[in-house]
Design a binder for this molecule. Structure first.
Ligand code: GLU
Length: 428
């Protein structure tokens, strides 16, 4: 399923260029916004458990901080590339802008595979990452968060290293911290729930009752799990979930026509979101190939795994029953696939809108840390719903008013906001 010539940074730039053209953005602003403003590449040397030393490549890209400190996660992934981090940092800028929070866009990464690293080795990578970049990030400059294969524990190790270096307590250095250690209630749920708030609004607009809908999802990580939870609470039925099998280096789809049981599947899933095939088969799940999730007769498709999954090869497999695509992942759909989706008349809820719930809750975490007063979960989720609903409605209105694709509508709003901030600062 992976196209090795695929370059997410080129894709992010192509998406940007098309909308910059529509907006009539001047050349200087275009040049400034189509690459990260700053990027850092470094080596992290780690003493492994067997006593040897291994060097891991680390990155941080700060795409734009005109609207506030750069903001975005850190991924641990064996196939990480600087171009992926560049693209993701750019998408973060558009993400914080579309939900209108006072932050910019950044992203970090380390080329490593946590499947093969002990917790002590992962801790050493986290601390090493912070030591390399500490002078260039911080609560007022650039604030990291979890992403693919990183979680609250990684964030806390990073915070601890930063506080050792800085000699104080700086909870605003990082978000996605564990609850009770400066984290916000609802942060774990936020990305998946935020996506489903958008989906709810889309279905209302379309006059479709969520209770009569079915969905198929790619991925069974943090985004997917909570999207399934809320969508199911609303009365929708998920009939298929695709998950990665690291031992075979391929994905499988787990299908149950009567509806999957998320908690039952979670009970047979490892910490990387990989579902045990043998146990799933024994529980009555059909085990299908990795692409099967996109070929289901459902109303809603949710790619919530990695980039480049809905592409020229897989998009033609989408069935005519599909009404909405909700992008839980960052960059799951290529521009070629977008053309196919437009032709099919499917409503696209684009990544940097659909999955903005995570960073929105990170912003709430910052606010709570700054005031040292933590809100109940209901309050966090109510505020999240308000932000996501307002952002969805604004994008949908722009799409209708200007008769453009939803992804372009989201770009129009975000690029205009960021370009304006850069202009007001006198940068362009
Ligand atoms: N990594 C998440 C994202 O891609 C969250 C970023 C954040 O909370 O800063 O949106």
């Amino acid at each position: 399923m992976t196209d090795h010539s695929f370059n997410p940074f080129k894709m992010a730039q192509d998406q940007f260029d098309a909308v910059a053209e529509k907006l009539g953005l001047d050349d200087g602003t275009r040049e400034f916004l189509r690459t990260p403003n700053r990027e850092y590449h470094f080596n992290i040397s780690v003493r492994m458990d067997d006593g040897s030393y291994k060097v891991f490549k680390g990155f941080r890209c700060q795409h734009n901080d005109a609207r506030g400190p750069a903001k975005g996660g850190i991924r641990f992934h064996p196939q990480e590339t600087v171009d992926t981090v560049r693209a993701l940092s750019m998408w973060m800028t558009w993400k914080t802008a579309v939900v209108d929070i006072p932050l910019g866009g950044g992203k970090g990464g380390v080329i490593c595979d946590p499947h093969n690293l002990s917790l002590r080795e992962q801790e050493a990578i986290c601390r090493g990452w912070v030591r390399q970049i500490a002078p260039n990030i911080g609560p007022l400059q650039d604030v990291p968060a979890p992403d693919v294969m990183t979680n609250g524990q990684h964030m806390l190790w990073m915070l601890d290293e930063y506080e050792k270096i800085s000699g104080g307590r700086y909870p605003g250095f990082i978000t996605g911290k564990p609850v009770g250690m400066g984290g916000s209630l609802g942060r774990t749920e936020a990305t998946g729930y935020g996506a489903v708030y958008c989906l709810r609004e889309a279905l209302i607009e379309k006059g479709v009752d969520v209770k009569n809908t079915t969905a198929s999802i790619q991925g069974f990580g943090n985004v997917s799990r909570y999207a399934i939870e809320l969508y199911t609470q609303y009365g929708g039925k998920v009939i298929a979930v695709a998950s990665w099998d690291n031992s075979e280096k391929k994905a499988y789809t787990f299908k149950k026509e009567s509806g999957i049981n998320r908690d039952e599947l979670l009970g047979i899933t490892n910490k990387f979101g990989e579902i045990d095939k043998t146990k799933a088969a024994a529980m009555g799940y059909e085990i299908l190939d990795g692409n099967a999730w996109i070929q289901q007769d459902v109303d809603i498709l949710i790619p919530a795994a990695m980039e480049n999954q809905v592409n020229a090869e897989t998009a033609p497999m989408i069935k005519d029953t599909v009404k909405v695509i909700l992008e839980g992942a960052n960059g799951p759909t290529t521009p070629e696939a977008d053309e196919i989706i437009k032709e099919k008349g499917i409503l696209m809820i684009p990544d940097f809108l659909a999955n903005a719930g995570g960073v929105t809750c990170s912003y709430f975490e910052q606010v709570q840390c700054n005031t040292n007063y933590f809100w109940p979960k209901e309050e966090v989720l109510t505020k999240l719903d308000e932000k996501m609903t307002a952002a969805y409605k604004a994008v949908s209105k722009t799409a209708k008013d200007q008769n453009v694709y939803m992804r372009d509508a989201a770009y129009i709003i975000s690029i205009a906001r960021v370009a304006e901030a850069c202009k007001m600062r006198g940068w362009v």
